[in-house]
Design a protein around this ligand. Structure first.
Ligand code: AMP
Ligand code: TRP
Length: 333
């Protein structure tokens, strides 16, 4: 048996991935894929908590093709589709019987939707409320050691750790306690509202850069990104007072592997239009490579489906093993 530590992470196929997903999650996935046993999942069951899709299978295959195009290797990682491994839903039910509903009320992601729509809206589903339990199930089923995610998922990770600890306290060492690996840059923010997270499900697509955006569109979106009215312009990292410029510096720093301090020094004589030109050009360099690979594989549906069939099978074996242990200790089996 492999002695490598286990990594699990997932992304919802709610739309094509953004540079936020790339920088916050996938780039880390790739960095660690040689060192750990990694399971990278497409969280389609999470996606239906906030929307009814008519094309979810297509979006899942797009997501898979984007994983591969970004450099996630199907040869060394397990890549799987959440809905095909029924153990996720089964553990979700069991854990939900061990979690006080009061704790879920305070989860930020739920609270944000709740405040956005109001509680009578039919957008606020029970699934959205119990979302963190499904996420904990995803992670705990695989005896996961590390979970590489963006900063916005930190609270969900803390919740998963708490669920595992409470269950273990009652029944012995059933679950490994997972640790988050969070990208140093924090989060990539929305282009037009840099106080908010860049999100692929944003209703205004000018707020995000999709990994499939064409070069001219990237230039246009970055050109329109909100900065500030400092005169003369100051290229300085200051999340509180200059969130727009800080976001552009964050993106540039990750894409060029250059520290923020070095960027501030190198760019101190240029104006915001020039900065935007550099940022758009670096994004387009990366997207060019990703899109080239993406369009070379997206039509090969058999190839893509086979990756999932093989990944689902391997994932299921691990997941079943944990679920059987859970059934046993709670006296179902
Ligand atoms: P989601 O798009 O919500 O399914 O997120 C999938 C992964 O990408 C998670 O690890 C998130 O934390 C990460 N992520 C999503 N949006 C951003 C962002 N704007 N900045 C950094 N990480 C992000
Ligand atoms: N909730 C995560 C997000 O929106 C996606 C996700 C689902 C996930 N299950 C997971 C991430 C398990 C890490 C581990 O970003």
């Amino acid at each position: 048996m492999s002695t490598k530590n286990i990594v699990f992470s997932a992304i919802q196929p709610s739309n094509n991935l953004t540079i936020g997903n790339y920088i916050g999650a996938i780039k880390q996935w790739i960095n660690i894929q040689d060192s750990y046993k990694c399971i990278y999942c497409i969280a389609d069951l999470h996606a239906i908590t906030s929307n009814n899709y008519s094309n979810l299978k297509v979006l899942s295959l797009n997501t898979l093709a984007l994983y591969l195009a970004c450099g996630v290797s199907p040869d060394i990682n397990i890549i799987c589709l959440q809905s095909e491994i029924v153990e996720h839903s089964q553990l979700h039910w069991i854990l939900s019987c061990y979690i006080n509903w009061n704790t879920l009320k305070y989860m930020t992601q739920f609270k944000n939707s709740y405040m956005k729509y109001n509680y009578l809206s039919n957008k606020i589903t029970v699934g959205l409320f119990t979302y963190p339990i499904l996420m904990a199930s995803d992670i705990l089923l695989y005896q996961t050691n590390y979970v590489p995610v963006g900063y916005d998922q930190k609270q969900h990770l803390e919740f998963s750790r708490k669920v595992a600890r409470n269950f273990n306290k009652k029944y012995g060492n059933i679950f490994t306690i997972p640790q988050p690996i969070i990208a140093k840059i924090g989060k990539i923010t929305s282009l037009l509202n840099p106080m908010r997270k860049m999100s692929k499900s944003d209703s205004n697509n000018n707020n995000y850069i999709s990994l499939l955006d064409e070069p001219e569109l990237v230039i246009k979106k970055i050109n329109n990104a909100i900065t500030d009215s400092d005169n003369p312009p100051i290229i300085k990292y200051d999340l509180k007072n200059k969130p727009g410029i800080s976001n552009l510096l964050n993106i540039l720093s990750v894409l060029t592997n250059t520290s923020i301090i070095n960027l501030e020094n190198d760019l101190n004589n240029i104006n915001y239009t020039q900065l935007k030109k550099i940022v758009a050009s670096e994004i387009n360099n990366i997207l060019f490579k990703i899109q080239k690979k993406y369009y070379s594989i997206r039509n090969k549906e058999k190839y893509l489906n086979n990756i999932l069939i093989s990944g689902n099978k391997k994932a299921k074996t691990i997941a079943r093993n944990t679920l059987n242990r859970v059934y046993k200790v709670i006296n179902i089996k």
